[in-house]
Design a protein around this ligand. Structure first.
Ligand SMILES: NC(=O)c1ccc[n+]([C@@H]2O[C@H](COP(=O)([O-])OP(=O)(O)OC[C@H]3O[C@@H](n4cnc5c(N)ncnc54)[C@H](OP(=O)(O)O)[C@@H]3O)[C@@H](O)[C@H]2O)c1
Ligand SMILES: *[C@@H]1O[C@H](CO)[C@@H](O)[C@H](O)[C@H]1NC(C)=O
Length: 318
């Protein structure tokens, strides 16, 4: 009896430590305050975007919630204000799946807000289909929308330097590849619709995020604007809301124990946005609040440049 209790006790102890050390991961330790600074967080009506926005508002930043749904955006606005105790929070509509919407967001923002200190490209989607402009859905929203947004706001970031761009990628980028032929002919990273093919396209779009960061850093070398890509961890959020119900049912017990909550999931974003002294890591990839090496394909100069030029064309910038 007592051995059984001991065994159970040890298992619970190990599980507790695992959950509170390994799963929780490192915390952002920066004490940086942001009074007088302005931050944009895309996709901040839920998930880690919302907790990121709350943290930044608590630090005194003026926080722009850039979300596509007026209803969800306005609900989040109330919540972020309440949770942070700040009224320096604004909702501005942005649908990254529409080039027109990205332009109109940038126009409204640049007209009404004098500063931009931190841009957080957080929104992301795991869904097949096409955007309003006929781009592959995940390519269009996860990469092209943010590519255009960043470029439209770059001058304002330069005026406010030192400033930062933080780009949410994923560990999944390790499985990514970029099929330039498919992009050229179909404006999509892949055409398949099976769950494996969707996972592939999601991973591909997250590789685009890392390559975009790599190229952007080079183009910003003469400035004090720096940029970072990151993996936030595996997080209990709404990201898998469109996945099959069997998949979600199987995933549930795993996520409850092994996944971070959204506060834990926001830490690496906050680290990249706030940590003093990481400027020399411009263009690099972070995970668990630490810079990480990436595979050659994720820092391939030629591929990054080619993707940039293609993105300029597909977003109508060039
Ligand atoms: N969760 C994870 O385990 C995990 C792991 C690795 C990387 N990531 C990355 O982390 C980021 C945040 O994900 P999350 O887990 O917090 O997901 P989430 O809970 O699904 O939140 C995603 C946010 O993106 C927004 N969004 C989607 N499409 C948009 C569009 N066209 N225009 C504007 N906003 C749009 C969503 O708005 P709506 O509510 O209107 O749809 C939502 O606010 C994503 O880039 C994701 O790829 C997540
Ligand atoms: C994150 O870093 C902490 C501290 O270094 C470590 O204890 C933890 O295991 C790491 N977690 C992951 C998921 O790598």
């Amino acid at each position: 009896m007592s051995t059984l209790l001991l065994v159970v006790g040890v298992i619970l102890g190990v599980a507790y430590i695992y959950r509170h050390v390994v799963v929780k991961g490192k915390q952002c330790t920066s004490k940086t305050k942001l009074h007088g600074k302005t931050v944009i967080v895309t996709g901040s009506n839920t998930g880690i975007g919302k907790t990121t926005a709350i943290d930044l508002a608590k630090r005194g930043a003026r926080v722009i919630l850039a979300c596509r749904s007026k209803q969800r955006g306005e609900a989040a606005l109330e919540e972020v204000k309440k949770e942070s105790g700040s009224n320096q929070v604004v909702f501005m509509p942005l649908d990254l799946g529409s080039l027109k919407s990205v332009h109109s967001f940038a126009e409204t923002f640049l007209k009404s807000e004098p500063r931009l200190d931190i841009l957080i490209n957080n929104a992301g989607i795991y869904l097949q289909g096409r955007t309003e402009d006929g781009l592959g859905m995940m390519f269009g929203i996860n990469h092209i929308g943010h590519f255009l947004l960043t470029n439209l706001l770059l001058d304002r970031l330069k005026e406010c330097e030192p400033s930062r761009v933080v780009i949410l990628s994923s560990m999944a980028h390790n499985f990514g590849k970029i099929d330039f032929d498919c992009l050229n002919t179909h404006k999509a990273l892949g055409l398949g619709t099976s769950s494996m093919e969707l996972l592939q396209v999601y991973s591909d779009s997250k590789l685009c995020n890392v390559l975009f960061t790599h190229e952007l850093a080079k183009r910003l070398q003469e400035t004090k604007v720096t940029c970072y890509s990151l993996h936030p961890g595996a997080i209990n959020s709404e990201l898998t809301r469109n996945a099959g119900s069997v998949f979600k049912m199987l995933l549930k017990p795993v996520t409850v124990f092994f996944f971070k909550n959204t506060v834990q999931g926001a830490q690496t974003t906050l680290h990249c946005a706030l940590q003093e002294g990481i400027e020399h890591l411009n263009g690099r990839y972070f995970s668990n609040c630490t810079v990480k090496e990436v595979y050659a394909k994720a820092k391939d100069d030629a591929a990054a440049k080619k993707l940039w030029e293609l993105s300029e064309r597909l977003s109508g910038l060039a």
